[in-house]
Design a protein around this ligand. Structure first.
Ligand SMILES: [Zn+2]
Length: 352
């Protein structure tokens, strides 16, 4: 349910069925309810539980969970009369569930084709075949939780966070970590809705100044500006970029602004400069605490080595040619307009 994978859903013809994991569909329905999608909601979506499959003709697709920084992420193993195709989707090993990503690779061992993402080798030179171990100190979701808990205890004023709101599990865990440190996480109503959908037992607090006319369920607690001003060290405020104006009321009381994979994501976005400029103008310290959702290069190689496919096809990268494995029989780097043909387990490229 990241925009680069689903942003076009609302432009598909209505009769086109779209399969996704059951959790993705659950999130997609909330995105649609909250107006957090492009164009229109696609109505013809079918949710498949992890580990289950669906068939169209003689082709069967298993939906296999993988760990990424969004709830619902999955890859697929597609079984056809001519062979097996595995597509990873986006994945990582530094999330809450590295064992899920490992299990994906092990389950899919021996596929005829592995299609893998390669985002982390997009920038800079990487000699993947020479990598024998992960780089040291790759920050994990668990590390981030600990850092946030320490900051919650040490900072004397309000902490503001800008996370990616579809990484629902991170927010769920932050509610508990901040709570244990004596702080209440206060969210905007969209973020609160996503957390409440997947974690209905969590105590949900929303900030009055980010309601923007929305009604919230009775059991959400609405926290006011004056409550925060009375005890800024008792709260953490999750603030979406579109609500950044709310900092004007709070600026004297903010200890730090943690940018945690929320929008705008990086300096390549025009609004990034606006975000940091406003913080500078308000005198609010900015710290980048993003983790990203993509496997580091060593782990891309681990995935390809583990699946050991007859044919490796890297994509979702500015430099897919940097994704490689000695255990793949061959590698194909298709270019636009070419067709990948799988016939009796053998794979080739055809140019029209
Ligand atoms: Zn992606």
């Amino acid at each position: 349910m990241h925009i680069d994978h689903m942003g076009g859903l609302g432009m598909l013809a209505e009769q086109m069925p779209v399969y996704m994991s059951e959790d993705s569909l659950r999130l997609y329905r909330r995105l649609a309810a909250m107006g957090d999608i492009q164009v229109l909601a696609h109505e013809n979506c079918i949710g498949i539980p992890y580990g289950q499959s669906f068939s169209r003709g003689d082709i069967t697709v298993e939906v296999l969970q993988i760990d990424h920084d969004v709830i619902g992420a999955s890859g697929a193993r597609i079984t056809t009369p001519d062979g097996t195709i595995v597509y990873t989707g986006d994945y990582r090993f530094h999330g809450f569930h590295p064992e899920v990503t490992r299990a994906f690779g092990e389950t899919c061992r021996g596929a005829d084709i592995l299609i893998t993402e390669g985002v982390s080798v997009s920038f800079g030179d990487v000699d993947m075949l020479s990598l024998t171990e992960p780089e040291p100190n790759i920050p994990t979701e668990a590390d981030l939780q600990q850092e946030m808990a320490a900051a919650a205890r040490e900072k004397t004023g309000l902490i503001v966070i800008n996370p990616y709101n579809r990484n629902v599990e991170r927010l769920h865990k932050l509610i508990a970590a901040f709570g244990a440190a004596g702080r209440t996480l206060v969210m905007d109503p969209v973020q609160a809705d996503y957390v409440a959908e997947f974690y209905p037992e969590d105590p949900i607090c929303v900030y009055e100044k980010t309601l923007n006319g929305r009604n919230v369920p009775e059991h959400f607690r609405v926290v006011t500006l004056s409550e925060i001003l009375d005890a800024p060290n008792r709260y953490v405020l999750q603030l979406d970029y579109q609500d950044q104006y709310a900092l004007l009321d709070l600026k004297e009381n903010v200890s730090v602004y943690y940018h945690m994979d929320g929008a705008p994501l990086g300096s390549y976005e025009e609004s990034y400069q606006k975000m940091t400029s406003l913080l500078e103008y308000l005198g609010i310290p900015y710290e980048y605490k993003g983790l990203g959702g993509h496997a580091r290069p060593y782990f891309l190689k681990w995935m390809a080595d583990t699946v050991a496919p007859k044919t490796l096809i890297p994509l979702h990268s500015f430099r897919p040619e940097q994704v490689n494995s000695e255990r793949a029989g061959q590698r194909i780097l298709p270019s636009e307009g070419q067709t990948v043909v799988l016939e009796r387990g053998e794979c080739r490229l055809e140019t029209a």
